[in-house]
Design a protein around this ligand. Structure first.
Ligand code: INS
Length: 648
């Protein structure tokens, strides 16, 4: 093929790709029209290329294009990108570990340090509260100091917090340690998905960001195993549980000393030379010119369009596409928490006990089966995200979650309906007033956190049942009476139920629990994080993620802190019906407002929010559309005129 012909083709394809890569200029321009425009441009380029090829001696350009296409398909993502993703996702692991481990640690801690209910609650929720604050503040941190610095800070906080916790000698020090760890979790939760999204190639972005949630659920599973293992070590077992997190934190810290900054952030800060080098490293044998140009053009255009004056959050709110993206991002995070995932995880031991598992330790181990199910099905999400896309995966997942919540609620409802009556009212020892002995049915007794149900079994019927106060130091036994201790359980042949009632319908709740995790884990678990990492333009990315992660943590605290009270007022089944109601509203929201971002370049995604909010359901037919950018010629690494600024 003649040189001239090949130059022409390169020119045509180059102008074509820059035309397509260009962000939508007019926000009023309808999506469908421009899509059609892009399609016809592609077709036009293809026909002009083959015409030129024919003119230049037959089939040359066709060959060239085919070769380019082959090359494009063969391009392999360098292992380095995976290394970077895995090291970053250690942040997710720590997030999961530190939020998961506390329930097991608390069982031992409350005995050893005689913690009352307020202190127990404080130690659990202080971490989540601190995470909310630092996630919100993490936006500014990320914007000014970069993603790498934020991740380094998060791992330093994790390490310091874990060391303080392992060495703590009183509850105040424990609280300080939990706060420090919480600050680390918040920063990691908002930075890691952004960082991974910014270094990933578009075709792998969803999968790599979803790996972060896989690490979160992996951390929760590992925490439950550690809890089980150290629960045998009654004295100081909690020190190991809380302190072990320092190991992955140190690994991440040292790893990140050698890992690079996000090239997109560097370009934004004008360090273009360094950015090119890192981008080349991340893309291996693929050309980076087009990606680099498109990031750069994008930043310049955005600065022109949105300006750079005033706080980012105000600019985001006054610019319709980012305002819509923010609503979608925060909405997704809010509905993730409102569907009750953390209540399910936290109370899985209780739900399992309800289904007939009476041994406490067995329930702790079975809770790790719950965490394992959450982990394994997140893996299904990692596999599905690039196949079915974010929108279908999230919608399908939430639909299944809603059904599972209804089954779970029905399980509790049935159990309450056939709740065994209280047939035996013991007299409390002198000076011990209690409300427990006033209840007439087990389900009333179970909803009172101060009381437990003590009963005997005659074949499969509950007999001689009473409601008595629970031992404050251990919910495994009553504070007095027939269920006072293990020895009495044997001599009196009684059983003790705290937080549940023995009924023949408990399996329904177990079925609901399993279905819940199977549906929630692949979609609603990871997608809010994944989608948020990609829907904001660069200038708004850290702030957007800070806000949405903050919302996630705020709703996390609200839902988990209010669960027991909600259950007290609405009963258990009422609480799960309420979550099912929230999840149904979430379904409408996702159907109407969540666009598909699969396969798109980060720079193109903003245009998905050009249209009025809640019109996404209408553009479903466009979902399968995929535009492939092919560069025929180009070099990976060269100095451009403006790059002289930061040559090292
Ligand atoms: O995506 C994660 C994941 O689903 C976890 O299991 C849950 O505990 C978190 O709250 C959530 O943000």
């Amino acid at each position: 093929m003649s040189r001239k012909a090949s130059e022409n083709v390169e020119y045509t394809l180059r102008s074509l790709s820059s035309l397509m890569g260009e962000r939508r200029r007019k926000q009023q321009e309808p999506d469908a029209a421009s899509t059609a425009g892009e399609r016809s441009l592609l077709a036009a380029a293809e026909s002009s290329a083959s015409l030129q090829g024919a003119g230049a001696g037959g089939g040359g350009v066709g060959d060239l294009e085919r070769a380019a296409r082959r090359q494009f398909q063969q391009d392999e993502t360098p292992a380095f990108v995976y290394v970077v993703a895995v090291f970053s996702a250690l942040g997710g692991f720590l997030f999961g570990y530190d939020t998961g481990v506390v329930s097991g640690a608390m069982l031992l801690l409350k005995r050893q340090l005689s913690l009352d209910a307020m202190w127990q609650e404080l130690l659990v929720s202080s971490t989540v509260g601190a995470a909310a604050v630092s996630a919100l503040a993490g936006g500014a941190l990320n914007g000014v100091f970069g993603r790498r610095a934020a991740i380094l800070l998060a791992s330093a906080l994790f390490t310091a917090g874990s060391a303080v916790l392992a060495a703590a000698n009183n509850k105040e020090t424990l609280l300080a340690g939990r706060l420090v760890v919480g600050l680390g979790i918040g920063i990691a939760s908002m930075t890691v998905p952004v960082y991974i999204a910014e270094v990933s190639p578009p075709n792998l972005r969803g999968r790599l960001v979803t790996i972060n949630t896989l690490f979160i659920t992996g951390g929760q599973f590992f925490a439950s195993v550690v809890d089980g293992a150290f629960s045998y070590l009654q004295k100081d077992g909690w020190r190991y549980m809380l302190g072990l997190a320092a190991i992955p934190a140190v690994i991440q810290f040292f790893g990140f000393l050698f890992l690079p900054e996000s090239p997109r952030w560097l370009i934004q800060k004008g360090q273009t030379q360094k950015a090119r080098r890192i981008l080349s490293q991340m893309r291996g044998n693929q050309t980076i010119d087009e990606e680099y140009d498109s990031i750069k053009n994008n930043i310049e255009e955005e600065e022109k369009e949105v300006g750079s004056a005033g706080p980012v959050i105000f600019r985001m709110l006054s610019y319709p596409p980012t305002r819509r993206a923010l609503i979608v991002g925060c909405g997704l995070q809010m509905f993730q928490q409102l569907s009750g995932i953390n209540t399910i995880m936290y109370y899985s031991a209780t739900i399992l006990q309800m289904s007939g598992v009476e041994d406490d330790r067995l329930a702790i181990w079975l809770a790790s089966v719950t965490a394992f199910t959450n982990f394994i099905f997140t893996l299904v999400g990692v596999w599905l995200v690039e196949k079915v896309g974010r929108r279908k995966l999230t919608f399908g997942s939430l639909a299944g979650t809603t059904v599972a919540l209804i089954i779970l609620a029905l399980g509790f409802l049935l159990s309450a309906q056939v709740s065994p009556p209280i047939t035996f009212k013991p007299i409390s020892p002198l000076g011990q007033n209690t409300t427990c002995t006033r209840y007439s049915y087990c389900n009333e007794c179970m909803l009172d956190p101060d009381c437990g149900f003590c009963y005997q079994m005659n074949k499969s019927t509950v007999i001689d049942s009473s409601c008595v106060p629970v031992n404050k130091a251990s919910t495994n036994e009553a504070s007095w009476g027939r269920c006072e201790n293990e020895t009495k359980f044997k001599t009196e042949e009684v059983f003790w139920a705290y937080n549940f009632c023995p009924t023949p319908y408990s399996w329904t709740a177990l079925l609901g629990l399993i279905l819940y995790l199977i549906f929630f884990a692949p979609g609603m678990g990871p997608m809010p994080w994944t989608v948020n990492s990609e829907i904001y333009p660069l200038w708004a990315r850290s702030t957007g993620n800070a806000c949405s992660s903050g919302i996630n943590w705020i709703f996390n605290v609200l839902v988990s802190l209010t669960f027991l009270h909600t259950a007290e007022y609405l009963t258990y089944y009422g609480a799960f019906f309420l979550y099912a109601g929230f999840a149904s509203v979430g379904l409408l929201f996702i159907y109407g407002c969540l666009p598909e971002t699969k396969g798109k370049k980060l720079e193109e995604i903003e245009s998905l929010f050009d249209n009025r909010l809640c019109t996404c359901g209408a553009s479903d037919s466009d979902e399968g559309r995929y535009i492939e950018y092919i560069r025929v010629k180009g070099s990976n690494y060269h100095l451009s005129d403006n790059d002289a600024s930061d040559v090292e």
